[in-house]
Write a protein that binds this ligand. Structure first.
Ligand SMILES: O=C(O)c1ccccc1NCC(=O)[C@H](O)[C@H](O)COP(=O)(O)O
Length: 240
């Protein structure tokens, strides 16, 4: 369905794990700021040639629907910086997301090799951030908080304990963008974003009918849930 774009006031939206042109186009029409494709294995793996077509469909749909052109993110696993640079060129990526527990040194090497923005993923288990959180926020252009699940790198559908993590994330994020991922759905994205104040909300399995196949009604509901996030109040602002 081609509907009206969702008005965006809350955090930016990233639809990740895209494998089909029509899903990328729908994400762009809904005003998603970011589209993601997986080069890290698993059921949503795509080739660089497929990713280039998927992203091209998203960029074209944005232009036709007067939305801003989405930035296209490639999700990497254990590839070397030079392999990541090759994929980034072939798939016309704007940013690379490092999902295999990157160190700050790896982030820097990938930035030098690709000339792209580098997003580092912090995989979180329980109510505490990993000990290297502050270093990664200092090194990366954005940090993605995602659930740590043994045997899976991402796309787990497992949610974080947002209320417990808020203070720890606030203490280390500084000016680096915070991307909240892990188990987000149309039904919980507003609550999650109001708890964590992320710059971006990132969803994959929560808007799918099957792995890699997005449900457009769920995508729309997710974008609406993100747009419904209440504005952040400044500490000390009197309530009305
Ligand atoms: O989505 C995958 O299959 C995947 C596989 C390997 C590494 C990363 C992967 N996904 C990364 C993402 O950016 C997902 O959006 C993120 O993990 C959130 O997934 P979900 O909990 O399903 O919304």
């Amino acid at each position: 369905m081609i509907g009206r774009p969702v008005e965006r006031r809350g955090p930016a939206v990233k639809f990740c794990g895209l494998t089909r042109l029509q899903d990328a186009a729908e994400g762009a029409r809904l005003g998603a700021r970011y589209l993601g494709a997986i080069f890290a294995g698993g059921p949503r793996l795509v080739s660089s040639a497929s990713a280039a077509q998927i992203f091209s469909a998203g960029r074209a749909a944005a232009a036709l629907s007067w939305q801003s052109v989405p930035r296209c993110v490639g999700v990497m696993g254990t590839q070397s910086p030079s392999e990541i640079a090759e994929l980034a060129g072939e798939a016309s990526l704007d940013a690379v997301q490092l999902h295999a527990d990157p160190t700050p040194e790896h982030v820097q090497r990938v930035r030098e090799a690709t000339g792209r923005e580098v997003w580092a993923v912090l995989r979180v288990e329980g109510a505490a951030l990993p000990p290297n959180a502050a270093e990664l926020f200092a090194a990366a252009d954005a940090v993605v908080l995602d659930a740590k699940v043994n045997g899976k790198l991402g796309g787990t559908g497992v949610a974080l304990d947002w209320l417990a993590l808020h203070d720890a994330a606030a203490a280390v994020r500084g000016a680096t963008r915070l991307v909240l991922a892990g188990g987000l759905t149309p039904g919980n994205v507003t609550r999650a974003a109001e708890a964590m104040h992320p710059d971006v909300v990132d969803v994959s399995s929560g808007v799918e009918e099957a792995p890699g196949q997005k449900d457009h009604a769920l995508m729309r509901a997710f974008a609406q849930g993100a747009a419904a996030v209440a504005p952040r109040t400044q500490p000390g602002t009197p309530s009305q």
